[in-house]
Design a protein around this ligand. Sequence first.
Ligand code: BES
Ligand code: MN
Ligand code: MN
Length: 462
Amino acid sequence: MSAGAVGYAKENAGRFLEELKTLLRIPSVSTTPEHKGDVEKAAQWVAAELKRIGMENVEVIRATDSERGGHPLVYADWLHAAGKPTVLCYAHYDVQPPDPLEEWVSPPFEPTERNGNLYARGAVDDKGQLVLQLKALESLMKKDGKLPINVRVIYEGEEEVGGERIAAFVREHPDRLKADFALISDTEMFAPELPTLCVGLRGMIYTELEVRGAKTDLHSGMYGGAAPNPFVALAQILAGLKDRDGKILIPGFYDDVAKPSADELKAWKALPFDEEEYREKEVGATKLVGEPGYSAIERTWARPTLDVHGIVGGFTGAGAKTVIPAKATAKVSMRLVPDMTPEKAFRLYRDYVEKIKPEGVTVEIRLIHQGEPIVIGTDNPYVKAATKALKKVWGKDTVFIRSGGSIPIVGDFERFLKIPSVMMGFGLPDDGLHAPNEKFHIANFHRGIESLIEFLDEVGSL
Ligand code: BES
Ligand code: MN
Ligand code: MN
C-alpha cells in the first residue's frame, strides 16, 4: 500500500519543497515579541495545510487571555482507522532568532538551495521536519484515500522558549491527545545515511542571575574602590560554579545522576565517531573541554552541564564610559540527565550562589523555563516498526542514540499521557541548528517523508 504513497511523494517532491519554503519565509521567532504576529501566521499556514490534506477537527488553540505572550498550538485528527493504533504527531513551527545576521550567506528567511541543501532559519529545526509529517500524511491520504492508522497532530509555536502552553494542555486535556505512541520529528541522524532513533534527551533549567551593587550607576573614579562592582561579583560567582575540568561545583548536583547502562555505553563506543574530527569540523576549537574520564559522547548525552549564554548590562557601546553599573545579569542554564529533577537542581544552584556571592551585592535568580530529562524504552512494537521502516528506506540497521538537546514536552508525553515516543529525525550533525546558515539536506527531506510513510504503514500492519 505504501508503494502508492511513496510514488505520490516522489512525483510531488518539487512541490513539497516549494511548500516548505513558503513556511520558512514566515519569521516565526518565538522569543521576540515583535514576531508574535509571524508566529500566528505560521500557525495559520500549518492549520490550513492540515485542512487541505484532509485532516479533521483542525484547530488553532490560542491562549485564552494571551497571558505572558503564549503562542498557539495547532491540533488536528483523523480517527477513522477502526481497530488500528493511534499516533500523536509532534513538531514545532517556531524558530530561534537568526542572529548574527551578517554571518548568513543567504538571508535567513529567504530559503535558498545550494549544493543539495536548503538554507534558512528553521530549515531543519523544526519546520522542515514538521513538513515531513504533513507530506507523509498528504501522500497517504491522497493515494489511499485514508490513513493506515489513527492520527492526532499537536504542533507548538514556543518549543524554543520552553513550551509552557503545550505542557499545560497536556496536563489539562490528556483525553484530547489520547494515543498509543507519539512520533516526534525534531531530532537528528547520528551520521549521514545512518538511520537513527533518539532515545534520550537532556532536561534543563534556564535562569537569569542578576547581581545588584550600588543603588544607581556611579562615577568609577569617585566611587571605584569603595563601591561594589556587580560585574566583578558576577564573574566571581560564575567562576565559582564550575572548575577548570568542567566539573560543576554545586554541592549535591551530581547526586541523582544515573549512569548509562553497560549495553548503552557499549553501543555508543561502536558508533562511527571520531572525537578529533568532531573537535575540528563541528566544534572548530583548539581543544574539547569537559569532565576527565568521559568521552565527548558521554559528556554531551549522559552528564549534566552548566553554560553561560550571555552577560547583559553596563556599558557596551563604542568608546569608553567610566561607570560602575548598578547591576549585571547573566543568562545561565544547566542541562540535566536522568534522574535529576529541575526543581532540585534549581534549589541547589540558588542556595550555592547565595553562599558564594561576595559581600556588598545582592543576587536574584529567576527561572525562565525548565524541562525534565528523559530516556525512553525501546522495547515496544512502535520502535520495532520504526527500525523496519528505516531499514526499508535507508538499507541499514538503525542506531539508537541520545541527544544533548532538550524537547521539554517529550517527558510530559510519557508522564502524563503514559505513552512511549518514537523520536525519528532526519537532521545531520552539520545542519547548524540555532546557528547561522542552518540547513536541511534536501535528500533527507525527501527520504524523511518516505521513512514516515513506511513507518505509519508498518504500524498499520502490526
Ligand atoms: N530540536 C531541538 C532539540 C534537539 C536538538 C534534539 C538536537 C535532538 C537533537 C529543540 O528545538 C531545541 O533546540 N530545544 C531547546 C530547548 C529549550 C529552549 C527548552 C534546546 O535544546 O536548547
Ligand atoms: Mn527543535
Ligand atoms: Mn531548537
